[in-house]
Write a protein that binds this ligand. Structure first.
Ligand code: 0A1
Ligand code: ZN
Length: 881
């Protein structure tokens, strides 16, 4: 993983292993710099496998210290060991044999955070995707499943806690101040789900009684003193367990379920069987230090990892090409969970915003790949928004196509048929075909063709014939390695909305399949005709974002306004208002670029203010509407030759015009949403805070003075309000005295809380404008900037490169040079982190020529380095192709 090998792994070369792994027995003697690992592995040769094939085990930076076959030492000529592999020849035929491998590893020196490492004095593992091979030589692939017995021996005073997967077997004192614990996981699992944690941690405990009446012990381990901040996560866990029983009929299957929060972690969290390991950012929360977004993230990620117990662990992936089998499905499940816990339409709006701002650019750029790729050079680079979020959208479409009952039948069959398997995407789709009889052959192209389909639609009403005709055309853009595409099966939810707001019920439809309110677009061009439509309807298309597409449908401001007022689908209302705003924002960017005066459309202003002041609508929805498309959304719509400064200037001018026109309303909203009572993180209260904070944001445009944001900062009694006020101060009035006072006060108050310090860095890294690079460089010298901590690096470097379009894309190219410098610095220590941050340049080709040139030079400067990791090498080469 860490070395820059040139190996491409291809799906077409998949073969099952020659040897079947029956059992795994691991003994760890933990030491910060020299931990001993004894791995006893029982294998037998697979029936029908080549009788002379050697056993080849994977390694990564390993040294072999001992090797036994059935307890006897092996002669040197029978095996070859390198840091990357252990090959053993002349092994028995069908009868089982035992291999014992001894390795020594250095957890303290493991800065990649893959395999066994130490974080704040705690031993912890991360094995997905290929981290287990950094612990011992092993068939480290997801289709090798076995039950594991684990013994952990460690110094008792420093590590009172010794945890691994499965159920606790027992433990006791060992020697010289050491003690041990043994765990057994009866559920056969692949090595990527192995976990070990040892250290001294605090715990929050609870229990859950499953639907069949079994009591499960629940434990969330956090740094000592932080226990009160883990109670929300515990509540989210219990709700997740109950929801998975109610909605999917899935029950938990061990005596204990544990979550451990650590502060150094490359990703969000990891679903190790019975022992989830979390980035503490997604566990710890209290009103003083966590925002509403933090609470929502914790709820979603706790659920996501828990749901993996069935979709990922009980049924795992045959190979890493099938990653979306577990990730797309588990994201779909966590989205549905959050929708049930919160407001479904508001959740859907947030999902689609995220999909469009993260996945659509990936799918439109040099890193585009199918949900089910066919080759990779570095699997760590495929934990992408395409595999996760687009993968989830594909499953949502299956649910739309089959309806709730058909979908449930297919899921039940999947759980029945594949429990205990390492399965494929084809296996999954087949379950829905077999359960419902529906042919999903064409639909499966969603897994195999990359790129966001563009659907162009136009409607025409014929009053004399009482017909409405809808012409549709689809085109899937070329993507790397896929120059031409087949037409897809695109389910489009629709409504024909009449003048009085009711929905037309046509007497007949021709031109293609329509089921309920879903149109099936299956050909490149298709025309649907609806008969018996007595007056001109307004077409609402792709309601609830039933398909992850770009839709071009020319609609008048009046028609969009009609949808915004009348559609029963709140998502469609939000979409209509967005469609009203986008052309205005795009024109504003063009005008700003040409030095022309920017105008805000009166239709947009009145529609927004009407929605903002409409008490019949939930506050969270109104806040979503007021948060107009962002600068990156505008850049995406403009498509090419982008000037981020002009986009920023144009958008700001439109916001100011809205703020000016809506000043009274925003002031009214501010006082109306004031709450002095106790903080509650529930969705409704969070929605009220969101509306209040968008009103505040507009007022800072209308007032032109920092005083209102400074007052909000002083008055804030929770982190959501405080962070928003500090962000408004810093972003609108970076040089004001009030701003430096607030930043200083914030740092002083929270300087012992790393997760809050991350916010302090991120707010400053995202101040718009060219001057921010200097500020970021200065912040890197701040004693709070800890290079080895991924959260901190992401909060400063990542926030700057991903979320500061004007600062990062400075016309002089300094932002790109800064990124190149940082990548080369981070890469030798943590290649995964470096590669991920580098993807912030994935849309460089859509910049105007001067910036694009500068971006290319920076990428080339990375490419020229001779010592890149495989992770960074893979990304930089794909981006330059
Ligand atoms: N399976 C995890 C994501 C994950 C992937 C790789 C990791 O390696 C550092 C860690 C976590 C999930 O979907 O939550
Ligand atoms: Zn996942």
């Amino acid at each position: 993983m860490s070395t820059s090998e040139n190996k491409v792994v291809e799906l077409a070369n998949y073969h099952p292993t020659d040897f079947v792994l029956e059992r795994v027995d691991l003994t760890f003697e933990l030491d910060p710099t020299n931990s001993k690992v004894d791995a006893r592995l029982i294998f037998h040769r697979r029936e029908g496998a080549d009788a002379t094939a050697p056993l080849v085990l994977d390694g990564d930076e390993l040294t072999l210290s001992g090797l036994l076959l059935d307890q006897n030492e092996l002669p040197a000529e029978q095996y070859d060991a390198t840091p990357q592999s252990l090959t053993i020849r002349d092994l028995p035929g069908a009868s089982p044999f035992e291999i014992t491998v001894t390795t020594f590893i250095n957890p303290e020196a493991n800065s990649q955070l893959m395999g066994l490492y130490r974080t704040n004095g705690v031993y912890c593992t991360q094995c997905e995707a290929e981290g287990f091979r950094r612990i011992t030589y092993f068939p480290d692939r997801p289709d090798v499943l076995a039950p594991y017995t684990i013994t952990i021996i460690a110094d008792k005073a420093a590590n009172p806690l010794l945890l691994s997967n499965g159920n606790y077997l027992g433990g006791g004192n060992y020697d010289e101040g050491r003690h041990f614990a043994a765990w057994f996981d009866p559920h056969p699992k692949p090595s990527y789900l192995f976990a070990l944690v040892a250290g001294d941690l605090g715990v929050v405990e609870d229990t859950f009684t499953t639907m069949s009446g079994r009591e499960v012990a629940l434990k969330i381990y956090v740094e000592r003193g932080k226990e009160p901040r883990a109670t929300y996560a515990m509540d989210a866990l219990k709700r997740s367990m109950k929801w998975d029983e109610d909605r999917f009929g899935r029950e938990y299957d061990l005596d204990i379920f544990m979550v451990v929060a650590v502060s150094d972690f490359n990703m969000g969290a990891m679903e190790n069987k019975g022992l989830n390991v979390f980035n503490d950012k997604y566990v710890l929360a209290d009103p003083e230090t966590a925002t509403d977004q933090d609470y929502a993230n914790i709820e979603a990620i706790i659920a996501h990892e828990y749901f993996h117990n069935w979709t990922g662990n009980r049924i795992t992936c045959r190979d890493w090409f099938q990653l979306s089998l577990k990730e797309g499905l588990t994201v779909f499940r966590d989205h549905e969970f959050s929708a049930d816990m919160r407001s479904r339409p508001v959740k859907r709006i947030a999902e689609v915003r995220h999909l469009k701002s993260e996945q659509f650019p990936e799918d439109a750029g040099p890193l585009a790949h199918p949900v089910r790729p066919t080759k990779y050079r570095e699997i760590n680079n495929f934990y992408t928004t395409t595999v996760y979020e687009k993968g989830s959208e594909v499953i949502r479409m299956i649910a739309t196509l089959l309806g709730p009952e058909g979908f449930k039948k297919g899921m039940d069959l999947y759980f029945d048929r594949h429990d205990g398997d390492a399965a494929t995407v084809e296996d999954f789709v087949k379950c829905f075909e077999d359960a419902t009889g529906r042919d999903l052959n064409q639909f499966s192209l969603w897994y195999h063709q990359a790129g966001t389909p563009l659907v162009t639609a136009s409607g025409a009403y014929d009053a004399a014939a009482s017909t409405f005709t809808l012409s549709l055309e689809q085109r899937v853009p070329a993507t790397p390695g896929q120059p031409t595409k087949e037409p897809m099966h695109i389910p489009l939810s629709f409504a024909l909305i009449l003048d009085n707001g009711s929905v037309a019920t046509p007497t007949a439809v021709s031109g293609g399949e329509v089921t309920g309110d879903v149109l099936h677009l299956t050909e490149q061009k298709q025309t649907f005709t609806f008969s018996g439509v007595s007056s001109r309807p307004v077409l609402s298309l792709n309601r609830s974002f039933s398909a992850p597409i770009n839709l071009h449908l020319d609609q008048s401001a009046d028609d969009l306004g009609h949808i915004a007022r009348h559609d029963s689908d709140l998502f469609a209302r939000w979409q209509a208002l967005t469609d009203l705003a986008l052309p205005n924002l795009m024109q504003a960017s063009r005008d700003a670029r040409e030095g022309k005066e920017v105008e805000a459309s009166p239709a947009l202003i009145s529609a927004l203010l009407e929605t903002a002041g409409n008490h019949a609508l939930e506050p969270a929805f109104r806040a979503q509407v007021l948060a107009l498309p962002g600068e990156s959304d505008i850049a995406r719509e403009l498509g090419s030759n982008n000037d981020p400064d002009a986009i920023h200037a144009g958008r700001t001018a439109v916001l100011k015009a809205i703020a000016g026109a809506g000043r009274d309303l925003f002031q009214h909203l501010l006082s109306e949403t004031r709450t002095d009572g106790e903080f509650s993180p529930d969705a409704e209260s969070a929605g009220r805070r969101a509306l209040r904070n968008s009103a505040l944001s507009y007022l800072t445009y209308a007032e032109q003075s920092p005083s209102i944001a400074a007052k909000a900062f002083d008055d804030a009694n929770n982190m959501t309000d405080m962070l928003q006020a500090m962000t408004l101060l810093a972003h609108r009035f970076p040089d004001a005295e009030e701003t430096s006072a607030a930043l200083q006060a914030f740092l002083k108050r929270f300087d012992n809380n790393p997760l809050v310090i991350d916010k302090w860095f991120a707010v400053q890294a995202t101040i718009p404008g060219a001057a921010t690079l200097g500020r970021v460089r200065a912040l890197m010298e701040n004693p709070h900037f800890v290079r080895g901590n991924p959260n901190r690096v992401r909060s400063l470097v990542g926030s700057f490169t991903f979320s500061n379009p004007t600062g990062f894309n400075r016309a002089d190219g300094e932002g790109y040079r800064f990124l190149a410098e940082q990548i080369l610095e981070i890469d030798p220590k943590n290649p995964q982190l470096a590669a991920r941050i580098l993807t912030s340049m994935r849309s460089w080709r859509s910049l105007e020529p001067q910036r694009a040139d500068q971006a290319r030079s920076a990428l080339l400067s990375i490419d020229r380095s001779s010592s890149l990791s495989n992770d960074v090498r893979d990304i930089v080469e794909r981006m330059l192709k």
